[in-house]
Design a protein around this ligand. Sequence first.
Ligand code: FES
Length: 96
Amino acid sequence: MESDGVTTLIFVVRREKKVFALSSVCTHKGCKVRAQDDGSYHCKCHGSTFDREGKVTKRPAKRDLPRLGVALDERSHVLVRIERKAGRRHRRHVPG
Ligand code: FES
């Protein structure tokens, strides 16, 4: 898993006019998933796969990749809402 409690990697996905963010943390045991050329995601640890929307297409993962809230500011910057377990909220700027 690429999350050390401080750093969390996410995928910001732009499809046509839709923008959304997906966690890169596999819902099985927490390894980092990798984006594939066709837009799907693959976890090397135990072989789970997820479609372009983050839905499980192959187990052992049972849950879809979590979607994170996104918003555009007045300059069209993409803001991603990352909520920590401790309940603190952080926003990260992702250049659009
Ligand atoms: S941690 Fe991803 S399939 Fe097990």
